[in-house]
Design a protein around this ligand. Structure first.
Ligand code: AFP
Length: 314
């Protein structure tokens, strides 16, 4: 059962650093997660006051980079290097692994500002981070030691797990993250669905699955931002997000290392499930930086139903 903050209750005046110390024995991991949390203060400022235009460069996927993408990437990278515990860094905004220190303890893959193209219409965006205790970042997502995201919405919230449950924090007026929800748990089945990609490019299996959800009375909730869309499914504990295999894109659009692995880790920690439609996301062996995969992620029974339709109809 998700424990929710009660206003004024002392238990929930717990800030991120204290929560980590009380639940996470590894001081280096606590330090790394707090550095990432600190970076968000500067990213928030760049979102609110920064240049919304193009940076004049493009990323590994050939997509135009926004000035905000480049600035957020620089902010986060600087804090990771400053943490003193990082070996390698991989950012969705750069084309190769950044080697920080050969004896560094952790390797970090991140999307510094996912959904950045939504900032100019004032929709919520987020930072997504995946952490391995290794110099090798090309491991299946099941080997992550932590994952987290920061959501820049009406509230700035932070969700993390180090393998001992999923916990949500909100940034207060002092820009500290204080505990809101501890041990977030998802229901077995939900009532919302968040369908990515062009519907006319859905395969028969996905199309039939959507019709099944609609007949079940599920409501469509989709913002186009991966972080807020996942956050809604995860924290309401109900429903499914999917960006499926499309007829012209068999591997879908979303990136395995920067988007799918960290979110799959968090959702599984909350009792949910994350699949390509055919296999567990966290079991995928990354082949390259730009790996993409289809994803069905959310309530366990909803994901299993999607897998049934994909198995039967493709
Ligand atoms: P950007 O980071 O380029 O804005 O893309 C956002 C995103 O990768 C992810 O946040 C969304 O879930 C997905 O794209 C939305 O894709 P569609 O616009 O094709 O639905």
């Amino acid at each position: 059962m998700t424990a929710v903050a009660k206003p004024g209750s002392t238990k929930f005046q717990v800030d991120l650093r204290r929560h980590l110390r009380e639940t996470e024995e590894d001081r280096d991991l606590t330090r790394l997660i707090c550095e990432i949390a600190d970076a968000s203060k500067y990213i928030i400022n760049s979102i609110r006051t920064g240049d919304l235009g193009l940076a004049g460069t493009s990323n590994l996927y050939g997509e135009d980079q926004l000035a905000l993408d480049v600035l957020s990437d620089r902010i986060l990278r600087k804090r990771l290097i400053h943490s003193g515990v990082v070996a390698n860094i991989l950012s969705e905004e750069t084309t190769e692994i950044i080697k920080v220190a050969p004896d560094g303890k952790y390797s970090v893959a991140y999307d510094p500002l996912d959904g950045s193209s939504l900032v100019d219409v004032n929709l919520a965006v987020g930072t997504i981070v995946s952490i391995y205790e290794s110099t090798n970042i090309f491991q299946p997502g099941r080997n992550q030691v932590a994952a987290m995201y920061i959501l820049y919405g009406p509230r700035t919230s932070l969700v993390y797990s180090t393998g001992k449950g999923v916990h949500e924090f909100s940034m207060n007026q002092l820009m500290e993250f204080t505990l809101d929800r501890e041990n977030v748990k998802m229901k077995p089945s939900g009532s919302i669905y968040s369908p990515g990609g062009q519907r006319n490019l859905y395969t028969e299996g996905t199309e039939k699955y959507v019709r099944f959800l609609e007949e079940k009375g599920c409501k469509l909730r989709y913002s186009g931002g991966f972080v807020p869309d996942i956050n809604q499914v995860l924290l309401k504990g109900t429903g499914i997000f999917f960006y499926p295999h499309l007829r012209n894109k068999p591997n879908g659009k979303l990136r395995l290392l920067f988007e799918l692995n960290p979110m799959a880790y968090l959702v599984e920690q909350a009792g949910g499930k994350a699949s390509t439609g055919r296999q567990r996301i966290l079991d995928l062996q990354p082949q390259g930086i730009d790996d993409c995969a289809p994803i069905f992620i959310g309530c366990r029974e909803d994901v299993e139903k999607a897998e049934e339709f994909i198995a039967q109809f493709g």
